[in-house]
Ligand binder design. Structure first.
Ligand code: NDP
Length: 299
């Protein structure tokens, strides 16, 4: 059997960002609207600082306005909520993202629920969660929407396929299930209490792994020819002390069995920020009642 096709998220996301750049240019030239993304960071977590810097850089690259708000780690919840209320009312801001996790003294759910749903480019507000589940016009969380775009691009029609999502988090697993349902897949959602996970996985034509456990999903769990989307990003230390990023799927084994697979890095990872920009463009379009760019017919 030949090795699986590698689904190249770096290439796909670069093409998506180019398309967004052209759409942002048109929006500015034809309608005098420049989409604006506000990113709020509380504290000095180095990984979060890198994410925020990258998000702002990418927003500027596609011609959007970028507003970075960094608050000290001991900022009060009241301070954060006030900032968000200001951004909700700011006409230059179309998308608001609060970098998670927040310091423990701040109630994340309260913060998420303070963001106006039509500016909630992360898609975590209960209004957007409900709309996604009930088939309405939602802001869809970036990582699962990125996964769905890669799947659609590779598979086209997914009607009737058996899909499994391993992991049931609010930011990846649950919205992923909704997107696969919208594509008329028959969906299983697995988690830490699932019995015989390997057997469940073996039935799936589409396997999405969002677990956070390095290389947990083995090659012999995968149905021959299946499409595998690996969301996991795990930093491991090799016996020689070197550090390496690996996914939740054992790539070396899975690539021998699957029909197509996303690598880590270079698969789902780069999609997340590209979809964030896409969501910001969608938010700006909806807020100004302009034609909304479609997401490969997905949402
Ligand atoms: P969470 O920790 O929030 O959720 C993990 C899920 O995996 C839970 O539902 C948990 O089950 C399930 N799980 C844990 N252990 C097992 C097991 N042994 N068998 C079956 N299921 C198990 O993680 P996230 O959803 O936030 O992230 C998942 C992975 O995706 C991480 O590696 C993260 O770094 C990565 N990620 C990557 C992104 C990207 O841009 N590419 C963005 C977001 C996340 P239970 O609910 O029962 O506890």
């Amino acid at each position: 059997m030949t090795d699986a096709k590698i689904i190249d998220g770096t290439l796909f996301s670069a093409t998506l960002r180019e398309r967004i750049q052209a759409q942002v240019r048109d929006m500015r030239d034809l309608h005098h609207v420049t989409p604006g993304l506000a990113v709020v960071l509380v504290g000095e977590d180095p990984a979060s600082q890198v994410y925020v810097r990258t998000k702002n850089k990418r927003a500027l690259e596609v011609g959007m306005k970028s507003f970075e708000h960094t608050l000290p780690a001991d900022a009060s919840e009241h301070h954060v909520l006030n900032l968000i209320e200001g951004l909700n009312d700011d006409p230059e801001v179309h998308g608001i993202l609060v970098q998670l996790p927040l310091p423990r003294h701040i109630d994340s759910q309260k913060v998420i629920e303070t963001i106006r749903p039509d500016k909630d480019v992360d898609g975590f507000h209960p209004t957007n969660v409900g709309r996604l589940a009930s088939g309405g016009q939602a802001m869809v969380p970036c990582t699962p929407l990125g996964c769905a775009m890669l799947l659609k691009d590779h598979l086209g029609d997914m009607k009737g396929m058996n899909a499994i999502v391993v992991g049931r988090s609010n930011i990846v697993g649950k919205p992923m299930v909704q997107l696969l349902l919208r594509e008329n897949c028959t969906v299983t959602i697995a988690h830490s209490q699932t019995r015989d996970l390997a057997a469940e996985c073996r039935r799936a034509d589409i396997l999405v792994a969002a677990v956070g456990r390095p290389e947990m999903i083995r090659g012999d769990w995968i149905k021959p020819g299946a499409t595998v989307i690996d969301v996991g990003i795990n930093r491991i230390t090799l016996p020689d002390g070197a550090k390496k990023l690996v996914g939740d799927v054992c790539f070396a084994e899975a690539v021998k069995v699957a029909g197509a697979i996303t690598p880590v890095p270079g698969g789902v990872g780069p999609m997340t920020i590209a979809v964030l920009l896409r969501n910001t463009l969608v938010a700006a379009s909806r807020l100004h009642r302009l034609p909304v760019p479609e997401a490969e017919g997905l949402v």
